[in-house]
Design a protein around this ligand. Structure first.
Ligand code: DC
Length: 214
């Protein structure tokens, strides 16, 4: 047991959980870990070393060497790293290694916000607050598209939409720790909600849990 207050935030890519998690961590002065970056860092280490993405023994070794302190969002956010990450995320040995590191992180006082796919179900099943942040595949693809166009890039909406659906399918249908809401998670559908409205909804859930814990 530790004195850390854990906020578990799960949901598919581009539903807004990253922004929401960072804002919550800042609001409450808690540590924050985007657990997707741990899968991405493992995949990048394999790619950089010229190693295959389908060898579970090698991938587990890399996963055990990932330093949570040095995760660089800008470098790790590249599309091909995300694709590679979702391939190694199906491997039980990789998941075990990364989940151990994520659990150690969750014990940091005074509290920790962890976001991912299996935080409320597997990594921190006893978290006093669990949120499942989602949005329709169309809305998530549109957000991705707008983000790329906003940065001056070019993008193909249909290709992004297909990619979002393929990634969801892989995350939801893998045998080990598939993405799904914990039975006691609060669902936040951000399809028609601003990030500010989502933050306020999350804040009232967290404040209620904090006063129960006090
Ligand atoms: O959220 P993201 O796109 O950075 O995640 C990268 C991949 O890692 C994605 O396919 C889902 C997987 N992932 C996971 O399986 N479990 C987590 N807790 C976080 C991410």
């Amino acid at each position: 047991m530790t004195d850390s207050f854990v906020i578990a935030i799960d949901g598919p890519a581009a539903a807004g959980k990253g922004t929401l998690s960072r804002e919550i961590a800042e609001q409450y002065g808690f540590h924050h870990l985007d657990t997707g970056l741990t899968y991405r860092a493992t995949a990048k280490a394999l790619i950089d070393a010229g190693l295959p993405l389908d060898d579970e023994v090698v991938a587990e070794k890399m996963a055990r060497e990932v330093e949570l302190a040095g995760l660089d969002r800008d470098i790790l956010s590249r599309h091909e790293i995300g694709e590679a990450a979702s391939k190694i995320a199906v491997m039980p040995a990789v998941r075990r290694a990364l989940v151990e590191a994520q659990r150690r992180f969750s014990e940091k006082a005074p509290g920790a916000v962890l976001d991912g796919r299996d935080i409320g179900t597997v990594v921190c099943p006893d978290a006093p607050v669990k949120l499942y942040v989602t949005a329709s595949p169309e809305v998530r693809a549109k957000r991705r598209y707008d983000e790329i166009i906003g940065k001056g890039g070019s993008a193909d909406f249909e290709a992004i939409f297909e990619d979002v659906k393929r990634r969801d399918d892989r995350d939801m249908n893998r045998a080990d720790s598939p993405m799904k809401p914990a039975v006691d998670a609060h669902l936040l559908d951000t399809s028609e909600m601003s990030i500010e409205a989502a933050f306020q909804a999350a804040k009232s859930i967290i404040d209620a849990a904090l006063s129960r814990n006090a």
